[in-house]
Design a protein around this ligand. Structure first.
Ligand code: GLN
Length: 650
């Protein structure tokens, strides 16, 4: 048996997992929708079969490899030595990976270590990110990659090289120990297979925020800047809120890939208050559709206080983000159920939104809300007087339900997952659970954008340009669509009722990053950065543009490329360069520019061994051919004879 490096060992763990996934897997309950897993894994399998995975992660995988050759914990097949497979070639490994909550206990026993002997670029590939910093999110939910340290294997197996150790153990015939080690490797294999999407993204550096670590440094800085902000007053309309601490400050980020970063009091519970409004509204739209819900409420900013006693011109609440609208949403949601079942229903939905993270109910706040609810009662009666409610609405039960929704308790970490679910079009990024419909999320984000920040909504949309919702507990849910959800929590509020630190954070965030809705306008020159820019993607775009410009004879575009440091000899998948393309099209100026100004190799070979000179001969551009030959002579490069049987010739 050939010895294996840890990285081949890791590869072999991933590969059998893929094989396991070839058989459609049964999915258990709503946390495991067939769509998310099946699609992703299906796509991977396909690409692998086509040999098309760009980073080569799966290239070279032997498709005939049998499950039972490598063990399949799902089928109780013990782990045995995997056949030798090519090494994994990770580009950059992102710092943290959130995984399915149910895997958390296995994770304590399953951590991956990478072999540092595989080259410089991989030295940074696997690294420890979440040190035991209590400010950061739950360790147990992460696969922790450790770089250049034997610790993980030591920890897992008591030895730095588990496969070698297993071989030794097997030779010695120590069956019990062998079984234990097999089990551990099997567990790891299962975890990788069940989290394959995120593991592959990590290895191919294709997370939505490729440099997540760099991004988090900015979050650190903004967090600290806001910490010094001692403005604002804590809500005092009920004692339970008044007792909150002014120095509580939490920021939690969750990307649509499930990358997490949290700072401050991220595990201290607080009530959702008005931040429940968009979420409950989204649930109602998911259940009944936009048309039905908006028969009972508008979609216009009210321009008035959130709890003002007023309706729009159609005698409906202006929108679901203010109290009248939210009371109406409560009236619409599952009215056929008993009060207890309605509560259970939404609690379960909120739990799904939070991906199983903390969700509680603060009975003190609920009782207090109900006790001090003159305005909300007045609003409800006013709406009843105006025949706003659906027939048979029970007013007091509806109000109780509304107070209960305000009294749901989350942590900033849970709030970030909720916001990330909105950012991800309704699919929880940690569990893959399709909690909300896309239609509902689209509506919700639109209304958060125009009405989410009380009387500051217009200014917020102008300055920050992102959907958000705040609540009197000092919570702000901020959504960067298709990118991430952020939950901010700091109780002191400004005169508009928004968290002072929360608003400052949002402002600073968009002053650094191009997250504002309209930061992506054409010709918009900005000093801000876009952390979403995938390196691989931008490389491909640059290459595409370079070759396209060469084919079009666009000299100024080529000059721009050269000045901005583009590799003018870059090759596409077929090994074609700008010089090949320009010569094939007979663009003499470009050929000259590339050869003389950029000093590119005059005879690069494409995958068919064709040089630009062959292209010049074949496509009948002798002047281009002469330029190339002149340059070859100047550089002392031997001029090759024309390719025999040039397939392009006829
Ligand atoms: N419970 C509060 C109310 O209905 C919620 C208000 C808020 O967060 N703005 O008055």
């Amino acid at each position: 048996m050939a010895a294996q490096t840890p990285s081949t060992w890791l590869t072999s763990l991933v590969f059998p997992s893929l094989e396991v996934m070839k058989t459609p897997q049964p999915h258990v309950g709503p946390q495991h929708p067939p769509l998310a897993n099946g699609l992703v894994n299906g796509a991977l399998r396909h690409e692998n079969q086509e040999n098309g995975l760009p980073n080569g992660l799966l290239n070279g995988h032997d498709p005939n490899l049998q499950n039972n050759e490598v063990g399949d914990p799902a089928r109780n097949i013990p782990f045995s030595f995997p056949p030798l497979v090519p090494a994994v070639t990770p580009a950059t490994l992102e710092p943290t990976i959130a995984i399915r909550p149910e895997d958390s206990k296995n994770l304590e026993n399953c951590m991956i270590k990478h072999d540092p002997t595989h080259g410089q670029d991989r030295k940074n590939a696997l690294r420890e990110v979440y040190s035991a910093d209590s400010n950061r999110a739950t360790e147990s939910r992460r696969i922790r990659y450790l770089s250049q340290s034997e610790d993980t294997h030591e920890y897992l197996f008591g030895v730095p090289e588990p496969l070698e150790a297993m071989m030794e153990v097997r030779e010695k015939g120590e069956d019990e120990e062998m079984e234990l080690m097999s089990k551990k490797l099997g567990d790891l294999s299962t975890i990788i297979s069940e989290n394959l999407e995120i593991v592959v993204k990590a290895f191919s550096s294709s997370f939505v925020i490729p440099d997540f670590r760099g991004f988090c440094h900015h979050i650190d800085e903004i967090y600290n800047n806001c910490k010094g902000n001692t403005d604002g007053k804590i809500a005092s309309y009920i004692p339970q809120l008044e007792r909150m601490r002014a120095d509580n400050w939490a920021v939690s980020v969750c990307t649509v890939d499930g990358q997490r970063y949290s700072l401050g009091d991220v595990n201290t519970p607080f009530t959702l208050q008005s931040c429940s409004k968009p979420l409950t509204y989204a649930m109602a739209v998911g259940l009944y559709g936009t048309q039905h819900v908006h028969n009972y409420m508008g979609m216009e900013p009210s321009g008035r206080y959130f709890n003002e006693l007023c309706l729009d011109f159609n005698h409906k609440p202006h929108n679901p983000m203010i109290n009248a609208g939210a009371i109406m949403t409560a009236a619409l949601l599952k009215p056929e159920l008993s009060a207890a079942d309605r509560f259970d229903y939404v609690f379960h939905m909120y739990k799904r939104l939070a991906g199983g993270e903390y969700l509680g109910f603060n009975n003190g706040v609920f009782l207090s809300e109900r006790e001090c609810a003159d305005r909300n009662f007045a609003l409800a009666y006013f709406m009843r007087e105006n025949k706003c409610f659906p027939p048979n609405t029970k007013l007091h039960e509806t109000l109780d339900f509304y107070f209960q929704l305000c009294s749901l308790e989350i942590t900033a970490e849970a709030g970030a997952v909720m916001a990330a679910t909105l950012a991800n079009g309704g699919i929880n990024p940690l569990t893959g659970d399709p909690v909300l419909t896309v239609e509902a999320v689209r509506n919700t984000l639109t209304l958060m954008h125009s009405c989410g920040m009380y009387n500051y909504s217009g200014q917020f949309a102008f300055k920050v340009g992102l959907p958000s919702k705040s609540g009197v507990s000092g919570c702000v849910l901020l959504v960067v669509p298709n990118t991430m959800g952020i939950c901010l929590w700091s109780p002191p509020l400004d005169s508009n009722g928004n968290s002072c630190r929360g608003v400052q954070f949002c402002m600073e965030l968009v002053s650094r990053f191009t997250f504002h809705n309209f930061d992506n306008l054409r010709n918009h020159i900005t000093t801000k950065t876009d952390p979403r820019m995938a390196k691989a993607e931008s490389r491909a775009q640059i290459l595409f543009d370079l070759l396209f410009s060469a084919a079009a004879g666009d000299l100024s575009a080529l000059r721009r490329h050269s000045l901005s440091g583009t590799n003018m000899e870059a090759k596409d998948y077929d090994g074609r360069t700008a010089l090949h393309v320009a010569t094939s099209e007979g663009h003499i100026e470009i050929v000259e520019y590339l050869l003389k100004n950029c000093q590119v190799n005059p005879l690069p070979k494409d995958r068919w061994n064709r040089t630009p000179l062959d292209d010049a001969r074949c496509f009948g551009y002798p002047r281009c051919g002469e330029l190339i030959m002149d340059m070859c002579k100047k550089k002392g490069i031997e001029i090759p004879p024309p390719v025999a049987d040039d397939p392009m010739k006829e």
